[in-house]
Write a protein that binds this ligand. Sequence first.
Ligand SMILES: [Ca+2]
Ligand SMILES: [Ca+2]
Length: 163
Amino acid sequence: MDGGGAAGTTGGGYGLGGTIGQPDAGTVSGGQYDFRGGFWPGVIGAASPGGCRLDVDGSGPPPDLATDIVYVARRLLDLPPVPASFRALDPTIPSDVVIGAAIDGLGSALDVDGRNHIDIATDLVYIARRLLHLPPVPASFRLLDPTIPADAVIAANVDALCP
Ligand SMILES: [Ca+2]
Ligand SMILES: [Ca+2]
């Protein structure tokens, strides 16, 4: 049950109301975590129940790999977030505009490895693995790139998307 009718906002709704209630990530000791001057500048709260911003279809937490994460991946590929086949099975899925806005609202928070680039092959993999309760970074990735931040750092970034 969401609000139903799309509120009549035209254009990209970037007039945010301003509550960035993001608690500080706390002190991380150990891993090399260099705080790049505060939090992401463009965090826009997507209206999802429970404050789980990764729940981009607003169905309620926890985020679902088969829906929410698929939508995010498709959005990053410049595809409509929701495949038509999904809509055939579930006509109650919110519109692509609504889900697209929720995904865009995640902004740079999707860059869970903190490398200033949102990448399906890394960031989304880490998010998906975290949701599956696996270590976010596959060992094989670390062999190829030893500079990937610690699992604890990336896991915390994923968790921040859905506290
Ligand atoms: Ca969902
Ligand atoms: Ca990244």
